[in-house]
Design a protein around this ligand. Sequence first.
Ligand SMILES: [Zn+2]
Length: 265
Amino acid sequence: MDISKLIPQRREVVVQLPSRGLPYGDLLPDGKITIHPWTTEEQLEFLQEGSNPVISLNSMMDRIVKRNTIFPEDFQYTQLLSGDRLFLLISQRAESIGDEYFVRSITCEGCGVIHTEIKVDVLDPNYITVLSEETYKKDGSDVTLPISGYVFQLKYQTLADIQSVANLVKGKPIPKEEKEKVTLLYAKAVRIKAINGEPVVPSDTIKLPELIRALDYKDNMVLDKALLAIDCGIDRKRPLDCACGTDMKYMIPFDSEFFRPKALV
Ligand SMILES: [Zn+2]
């Protein structure tokens, strides 16, 4: 028997990216791109991940998304918007396993009741934000901070930005308890393209957390809102309405249930 002749062709599915391809010039017209549903290869990878906490979610997402997406030859992967990457990962999951996902358990912040087996539609269109010719801003979007009056020009978050944040944090001697805070500050810093019309250069980005830390609370809230407003992709935060009256939000966890649901094993 010739096993090599039995090896199946990979399935192909065309999906449309939330960015609609607008940030990538002519490389992905209308944001249409071909993905492959997962194979046994991926299942084996998830098994391995489970036993290796050192491999970060970020690098696992990159590996899976890269292996199962057909990017045009000239496409620079690092220019992919992080929202598009999340959409690709979730679309691949939906094509491979289904769009239904049962969140194992979420504890209500109000009364402590544990909600289990919460059904989630991972591709629920209500949680997908898309860009359009009208909403896409090539040069970023301006926001004026109400207290300081500073005008920040903000850019979309690419995978290169996520990498820059990791590099900036790595290069600094930061106490463990400060690490999360510093990461959050840099995540904002790398998305600021200009301040009051002056372009932000890499040596400015390093110092930006100092400025952001000192911003008035009101300014920071407006900044956060503006950053969120230009993001496209899938919102992983979903609402939970508890009988006690608490309305809370939780993040869809990327756990084994997401990658290897019990129902299928
Ligand atoms: Zn409750």
